[in-house]
Design a protein. Structure first.
Length: 179
């Protein structure tokens, strides 16, 4: 798995990451991933919720397996760096013809000087290392590679002690369109 993820990141860097594109309902996919992620949050008593009013039936051209992997990376990070009994909120929306997904936690946050480098391979911030010795620093670089392969973008805002918000923006597509 690790080798495949590294290859995907490298191929995306060269503009040749393989995707199995098809029309998918991103709202439905996110809802299923949120349900699956509750298992990883259980031991820390962290609630993961899909925000009320989240968009429904937002269609995109995407690779469901890679997008599922992307959202699991983001939710795993949100849980991993949250304090026990914290909360993670996921919200699906639409903006200017794009589909957005936000993952917001109330975790330890990322220092401003470290925020710029979070998408670099094998890089982990000081708080990440303090809180959790596990991890290779490949989750966020993989997330970025998946998003960029889908012609989207990933943005991150964070405040120490207040938490982090990751926003994914993907181009919306009608169910019948081809990429």
């Amino acid at each position: 798995m690790l080798v495949n993820d590294l290859l995907f990141i490298a191929r995306q860097g060269a503009g040749a990451a393989p995707l199995n594109l098809r029309p998918i309902d991103l709202s439905d996919l996110v809802e299923r991933v949120v349900g699956d992620a509750k298992v990883i949050a259980y031991d820390k008593s962290i609630g993961i919720t899909l925000a009320k009013g989240s968009a429904s039936h937002e269609m995109i051209q995407g690779d469901p397996a890679r997008l599922r992997q992307l959202f699991m990376v983001l939710l795993d990070n949100a849980v991993r760096y949250s304090k026990s009994k914290g909360a993670v909120e996921v919200k699906v929306g639409e903006s200017n013809g794009d589909v957005t997904v936000q993952v917001r936690d109330q975790g330890v946050g990322i220092a401003p000087e470290e925020l710029e480098g979070v998408f670099e391979r094998f890089r982990r911030g000081g708080k990440a290392i303090e809180m959790n010795a596990e991890g290779l620093g490949l989750g966020l670089p993989l997330a970025k590679a998946i998003i960029e392969a889908h012609k989207g973008r990933i943005e991150m805002e964070s405040r120490i002690g207040k938490g982090t918000t990751v926003t994914i923006v993907l181009p919306a597509k009608g169910g019948g369109e081809q990429a």
